[in-house]
Design a protein around this ligand. Structure first.
Ligand code: ATP
Length: 320
């Protein structure tokens, strides 16, 4: 293999730029010709591919978002589209593709590798931490730290007014942002897609807190359960507490990556290039027990979900 391209796809995540930098610089150090693809699979289909050099990734390690931009691509869902994407790469003599994205991007990459002669190495880049084969995805740590900063501020004002605040965070099917933020931020309750909403139990917990003299209550809510407004309305029907809502939204996606994410970015980028140079057909790079791993992509996509019972237990006990 002589030429490798890098793209970012799906939702952006802090650390993507640091990862592009690592992949490009490591690839160059191994005498690879490196390329960047703009706007994920959509840019690939349009042939929006350019040569990358050492200086192409200067001064980006600290920046959130992605210099390669990201997009969703309808056409890439079809085999015809993926064939076209393969032809775009083949026309430039590119045989390997590093895909930094979430599970959707991984699915697309798996099909590309299976149906064509392009080899892929996928890097988990999403704040959601919803790829089971890896302990952490790139961007998750930074996103949780952003939530923690917001929770600190919210707590100051809520405790001054004896109020309850529902803080809605990202996570459609994975409650990790809410759960980790609840533990790290000393929240009073957490509601995630994994556990679901038990309205009576939540109301009882808030009342108990009131009896214990708590001056504020913070509830961390994953967007996948319901909106903060909806939970507020449901709680208002069963308690007489003063409720407020904050939806953090896209603020969680931005920001300079944390040290943890920068380290992951560097290690993931290097491992992905190593996989391609070694001739692996379709790899998923991740981290388990602090070790960088490269799994078979198909296996990675069906990895069982991590057991969060201990973390839920810790959270429940400390919330009381
Ligand atoms: P995030 O988790 O941040 O949303 P993601 O990678 O899961 O990131 P998606 O929008 O699901 O984001 O996927 C990104 C792109 O990957 C899609 O626009 C599409 O082009 C491609 N893709 C997703 N799923 C598939 C699939 N099953 N087959 C082929 N391509 C797919």
């Amino acid at each position: 293999m002589k030429k490798i391209a890098v793209l970012t796809s799906g939702g952006d995540a802090p650390g993507m730029n640091a990862c592009i930098r690592a992949a490009v610089r490591f690839g160059l150090s191994k005498n690879m010709e490196m390329y960047g693809v703009m706007r994920g699979y959509e840019g690939l289909l349009k042939g929006d591919i350019f040569r990358m050099f050492r200086h192409s990734v200067t001064d980006i390690i600290q920046r959130g978002g992605t210099i390669l931009k990201t997009a969703r691509s309808e056409r890439f869902f079809d085999e015809e589209g993926r064939k076209e994407a393969r032809d775009r790469l083949a026309a430039l003599g590119i045989e390997g593709l590093v895909v930094i994205g979430g599970d959707g991007s991984f699915n697309g990459a798996a099909k590309l590798a299976c149906e064509t002669d392009i080899k892929v190495a996928c890097i988990p880049g999403t704040i959601d931490n919803d790829l089971n084969y890896t302990d952490y995805t790139l961007g998750f740590d930074t996103a949780v730290n952003t939530v923690l900063n917001a929770v600190n501020n919210i707590r100051d004002t809520m405790s001054s007014h004896d109020r309850v605040c529902i803080v809605e965070v990202m996570g459609r099917s994975c409650g990790d942002i809410a759960l980790f933020s609840a533990i790290g931020g000393g929240a009073d309750a957490v509601v995630t897609p994994e556990k679901g909403l038990d309205l009576d139990a939540l109301a009882a917990q808030l009342k108990q807190g009131e009896k214990l003299g708590k001056s504020s209550n913070i509830i961390l809510l994953s967007e996948g359960v319901c909106s903060a407004q909806s939970l507020k309305e449901q709680l208002a029907a069963v308690t007489d507490m003063t409720l407020r809502t904050v939806t953090l939204g896209h603020v969680q996606r931005g920001g300079s990556p944390s040290l943890r994410d920068r380290l992951l970015a560097a290690r993931f980028g290097v491992k992905a290039i190593e996989c391609l140079i070694a001739g692996k057909n379709a790899a998923a790079v991740g981290v388990r027990n602090e070790e960088i791993v490269a799994d078979d992509l198909q296996k990675a996509l069906v990895y069982p979900a991590a057991d969060r019972s201990e973390l839920f237990k810790v959270c429940e006990i400390l919330c009381r």
